[in-house]
Design a protein around this ligand. Structure first.
Ligand code: SF4
Length: 219
């Protein structure tokens, strides 16, 4: 299989500050790829940006909370306003599900340096398709679908902080802020109706269990 030449291309890596996201950035940089580093707070990618810049890589930093559609839109506008285009998207930051298909998290290489309007639409659609791994500001849907549990999006957000941002402190804090009586019902609630209505097709019951296992004992 012919390998793509990514020298001089621009890659947007979400959740770039640590873990897999950071390693992906280092790997792409090795092949001469320029990088747009995403994190929840630009301060989180400051040291990585300095390290990559010292290697001669062109770097930009962007910030945004991926569970907030407005922040995602603003971030994409910021990214595209640079005029360099985005050739590769590595959508690392998300509440990863086991149901993702490989193509959903594989870098999408486009042999272009400028994005046309059509490219932007494709990019937007791609983002919409790949966002099945995180919530999209529609808490009113799931919260209304589960009796006695009205904080599902908070559970998802705390798990995203833990799994994708690696920010255990914020994850624990967010989880702990869920009222104690709601937390006590998390493992016994019926999430089937919520899963049916969830536009992102989130495996809510499994993710809630995962959040409880990872975060409840630490609060
Ligand atoms: S409906 Fe689904 S995507 Fe929306 S907040 Fe609830 S779990 Fe997340």
């Amino acid at each position: 299989m012919k390998k793509a030449d990514i020298r001089g291309k621009w890659a947007l890596v979400t959740g770039a500050s640590r873990g897999i996201g950071r390693q992906v950035c280092m790997g792409l940089a090795q092949y001469g790829c320029n990088l747009v580093l995403h994190s929840r707070d630009a301060a989180n990618t400051k040291s990585l940006a300095a390290e990559l810049t010292a290697k001669g890589v062109q770097v930009r930093q962007v910030a945004g909370e991926l569970s907030d559609q407005n922040q995602v839109d603003a971030m994409l506008t910021n990214v595209l306003s640079a005029g360099t285009g985005i050739d590769i998207l590595y959508n690392n930051a998300a509440v990863m599900t086991t149901f993702r298909n490989d193509w959903q998290n594989v870098p999408a290489v486009l042999d272009k340096t400028e994005l046309t309007q059509l490219d932007k639409e494709v990019f937007k659609n791609y983002a919409a398709q790949t966002c099945s791994g995180y919530c999209a500001g529609c808490a009113n849907i799931c919260d209304a679908a589960v009796a006695g549990v009205s904080n599902i999006s908070d559970v998802m957000r705390s798990l995203m902080y833990h799994n994708s941002y690696g920010d255990n402190q914020l994850a624990r804090q967010t989880f702990a802020e869920i009222p104690a009586d709601v937390r006590a019902r998390l493992l016994t609630a019926d999430y089937r109706f919520a899963e049916q209505r969830c536009p992102q097709r989130m495996p809510i019951a499994r993710l809630v269990r995962e959040a409880v296992e990872k975060l409840a004992r630490q609060t």
